[in-house]
Design a binder for this molecule. Structure first.
Ligand code: ADE
Length: 247
């Protein structure tokens, strides 16, 4: 997976993506990241990339031309390397809300371009010209698209084969079967008087698996009941849920 991030703050993006599991994934060649500074494509002698909005109003608007040139430099390289025209994702609270299903879908792409806006927004014409997807990471407004792009890159990269070690496949965590994750414990057996549930010490794998599924269902019902509508449950688990709901 090759990520290309069009931004006014390349250092922020590069630093954020160089640490921990993503840093390792880069070092091992599973993903590449390239932050392109939109300012480098400004023709203006002061390297300005924004201007006042036509029609008036507060704030500044990012101009189409430098973004377009920055994008063209990326597209040219991708095509020259023999890959197809990439999807271009504009980060905006007005976009489709990102989720695990989208992370899985996007992880199948070879290249992804992220356009990070700032100020009051970007000239509408650049969206019409180059953008294929508009995405939001939630219903709140941030100061720019960099953090949202980094959030998406993290979630997508976990779904790229090889990024997580084999034993912790991304599929088996929260949102697998649309359920929240079961509670986890490690040593010691007792902490501040709270004991690890006996069943986890029993060594009985089938019972442990059943208990974990039940805990997942309980948690989902308590904290994210909206997820249950699309949860993948066996007949027995459906009965278990029904009983919980009657309590
Ligand atoms: N830019 C500003 N706020 C945002 C959000 N919530 N999601 C994506 N991009 C944004």
């Amino acid at each position: 997976m090759h990520y290309h991030i069009l931004t006014l703050f390349p250092e922020m993006v590069e630093q954020g993506l160089d640490t921990s599991i993503l840093g390792r994934a880069k070092a091992n060649g599973y993903i590449t990241t390239e932050a392109i500074n939109i300012r480098d494509f400004s023709d203006n002698k002061h390297k300005h990339v924004d201007d006042y909005p036509y029609g008036g109003g507060a704030g500044m608007v990012m101009q189409a031309e430098p973004i377009y040139k920055a994008y063209c430099s990326v597209e040219e390289k991708i095509l020259a390397e023999g890959r197809k025209k990439p999807r271009v994702i504009y980060m905006t609270p007005q976009g489709q809300v990102f989720n695990q299903t989208l992370a899985q879908e996007l992880a199948k792409e070879e290249d992804l371009v992220f356009l990070c806006g700032h100020y009051e927004g970007v000239d509408e014409r650049i969206l019409e010209e180059i953008v294929t997807d508009m995405m939001s990471i939630g219903d709140y407004v941030l100061t720019g698209g960099e953090l949202p792009a980094m959030v998406m890159i993290d979630a997508i990269s976990r779904m790229v084969p090889g990024v997580l070690s084999n034993e912790v496949s991304g599929e088996f965590e929260s949102f697998h079967d649309n359920l929240l994750e079961y509670p986890q414990y490690t040593r010691p057996v007792e902490f501040h008087g709270r004991k690890v549930p006996d069943i986890l010490l029993s060594g009985h794998h089938a019972n442990i698996e059943k208990w974990r599924r039940e805990k997942s269902i309980e948690r989902t019902l308590k904290w994210r009941p909206d997820l249950l509508e699309d949860a993948v449950l066996s007949k027995k688990e459906q009965e278990y849920l029904k009983k919980l709901m009657e309590q």
